[in-house]
Design a protein around this ligand. Structure first.
Ligand code: NDP
Ligand code: MG
Length: 395
């Protein structure tokens, strides 16, 4: 790499954003922060601006932009503060940007991530919800613009590393039989089913292996995260849902596997630390130090595997059905899940009701074909409305 790569970090104040900045800070001769965004943690965003001195910072609204701008100005920084979705799209597509870390959580990341794709950037995709929602439109935009799409989700990054370079020819063409998508099973893998009614947001967010934002932590506990990841696999690697098998692997050391027709199974292993996939994607096709400790196989000693239980984890079945249905259904699944997870985190519903809300929303209306981002956003809005009605009926 000859010139200093200019990096935009969307969602810089979050778990993935901070891990990305940690890796960038280890390689000042390779990467420079071009822009950072935050949403509610603006004091933290200001502190990050002081350290990384980005050209731009992006906040949700004009008032917080004025506030941050005056703080940064007083500190002698030349950082320009932008706001709103338009600001996010501007720093994602800016001509001087080389790579964009898409690490906003949820549907809010769709437009900025697509802006990076449409501008032909190297896009490091953590924001799986954007791809789940917009599927074919997203992948078509990657092809049209020549953007380089690299998966950050640890499983998808592992699969990418285990596939041959020409996998886009089709999985059958490159001799792949199945993709084995690993899942830790989350904190409730062994909780008696009758007790799932009683679990708290704190328990759901206490993931055994990974430290993550609250929304994805709840998704991991319900296994909707694995369901969204299954849909993500289908789009990233042009797989059919039937070619993807979910495997519970509680240690989270194997991050996924690819099963070839000759019986070879390739896996990627590593400590559960997102700095590995982030470093891989940032430097690809080269390798850089991530700060992650070497894997100690003797300390791990054993690796276990189990089949997932769909009675315990109905979200997995709902997501698989949505993957098969296609069209607007994955966007509705995602939106209903976002509403349900927020309601669970606010203690308005019980944990098993997350799946009940999603199922009710998906049963309320058939899916339709989606041919534009506007149609995707309309499906997202409709699902939020239906989920909201479910919540108000519940009282
Ligand atoms: P966090 O909740 O830790 O961070 C989310 C980021 O998005 C924060 O910077 C937050 O700002 C920002 N944000 C939240 N809402 C909005 C909004 N409406 N508009 C603009 N920005 C917003 O989540 P994670 O870092 O854990 O996850 C980020 C994405 O990466 C998710 O899509 C997740 O599924 C994916 N991912 C995460 C993994 C992990 O290990 N954490 C692993 C694999 C994928 P603020 O904090 O200032 O409010
Ligand atoms: Mg993952």
């Amino acid at each position: 790499m000859s010139h200093l790569q200019q990096i935009t970090v969307l969602g810089a104040t979050g778990s993935i954003g901070l891990s990305t900045l940690d890796v960038i800070a280890r390689h000042p001769a390779l990467y420079q922060v071009f822009a950072l965004s935050g949403f509610s943690r603006l004091v933290e965003l200001e502190a990050l601006c002081m350290i990384y001195r980005p050209r731009y910072a992006v906040v949700p609204d004009e008032r917080s932009a004025r506030h941050l701008q005056s703080g940064l100005h007083a500190a002698g920084l030349a950082t320009r503060v932008l706001f709103g979705e338009q600001g996010l799209c501007e720093v994602a597509a800016h001509p001087e940007v080389d790579a964009v870390m898409a690490a906003i959580v949820g549907a809010a990341g769709l437009k900025p991530t697509l802006a990076a794709v449409e501008a032909g950037k190297k896009v490091l995709l953590a924001n799986k919800e954007a791809l789940v929602m917009s599927g074919a439109l997203f992948i078509d935009a990657v092809r049209r613009s020549g953007a380089v799409l690299l998966p950050i989700d640890s499983e998808h990054n592992a699969i990418f590393q285990c596939l041959p370079g020409d996998y886009a020819r089709g999985l059958e063409q490159v001799g792949v039989r199945r993709i084995l998508l690993t899942a830790s099973g989350g904190p409730f893998r062994e909780t008696p089913l009758a007790q799932l009614h009683e679990v708290s947001p704190e328990q759901a967010c206490a993931h055994p292996n990974w430290s993550m934002g609250r929304k994805i932590s709840v998704d991991s506990a319900s296994m909707m995260n694995k369901g969204l990841e299954l849909i993500e696999v289908c789009w990233l690697f042009n797989a059919k849902p039937a070619q993807v098998e979910v495997v519970i692997h509680p240690q989270s050391v194997i991050h996924s596997l690819v099963d070839y027709v000759d019986g070879s199974v390739l896996a990627q292993l590593g400590n559960p630390d997102m700095r590995t996939p982030i470093s891989h994607a940032l430097a690809w096709p080269q390798r850089i130090d991530s700060g992650v400790a070497p894997l100690d196989l003797f300390a791990i000693a054993r690796l276990d595997f189990q089949a997932p239980d769909e009675q315990r984890f109905p979200c997995l079945r709902l997501a698989r059905d949505a993957a098969e249905a296609g069209g607007s259904v994955p966007a509705m699944l995602n939106a209903a899940n976002e509403v349900a997870v927020a309601a669970f985190l606010e203690r308005r519903i019980r944990f098993p009701e997350i799946a009940s809300i999603i199922e009710a929303v998906l049963n309320a209306e058939p899916g339709v074909a989606v041919e534009s981002v506007e149609a995707v956003l309309a499906a997202d809005r409709r699902a939020r409305e239906l989920a909201g009605q479910w919540l108000s009926r519940r009282g």
